[in-house]
Ligand binder design. Structure first.
Ligand SMILES: [Zn+2]
Length: 145
């Protein structure tokens, strides 16, 4: 059973970013859009294509939860209250879309992390609440077995 097969309890959680969608009856997913002229995929919604400049309608697209690590950085200093070290990563999603997030479930050691390694997107409750006490659902990447 893959590690993310346990159902994530999402009720009452807010999406940490607008492009993270939490359907009432289904699994959370990342939303993007695709240029009908050049086929480039972007995170979230856009009015026009940043690659080819097309102003035709962008098609809504559900982004893949599979991808590969494009680049990473091990963060050893951060704001007060943020646990370090952690791995900040940029991932190219299968089928399009490039997204920044944290790589989890791996030791934050350079020799253990490989550019191009397969990763998957997992959804978990964010560790902190906001000032109003709201809780958030966040996305992370983890190595794919
Ligand atoms: Zn385009």
């Amino acid at each position: 059973m893959p590690p993310n097969a346990e159902a994530t309890e999402t009720s009452g959680l807010l999406p940490v970013v607008p492009f993270l969608k939490i359907p009432e009856d289904g699994d959370p997913y990342l939303a993007g859009c695709r240029c009908s002229d050049c086929g480039t995929t972007f995170l979230g919604e856009r009015a026009n294509c940043a690659k080819c400049g097309s102003r035709k309608e962008m098609e809504a697209q559900t982004l893949s939860n599979q991808g590969e690590l494009y680049v990473f950085s091990i963060v050893c200093r951060s704001f007060p209250g943020i646990e370090v070290p952690y791995v900040s990563a940029i991932v190219d999603l299968e089928g399009g879309g490039t997204i920044k997030g944290n790589l989890i479930n791996i030791d934050p050691e350079p020799e253990k992390i490989k550019m191009g390694m397969p990763v998957e997107v997992v959804y978990q409750k964010a560790p902190r609440k906001d000032a109003e006490g709201n809780e958030y659902l966040a996305y992370y990447f983890q190595p794919k077995n």
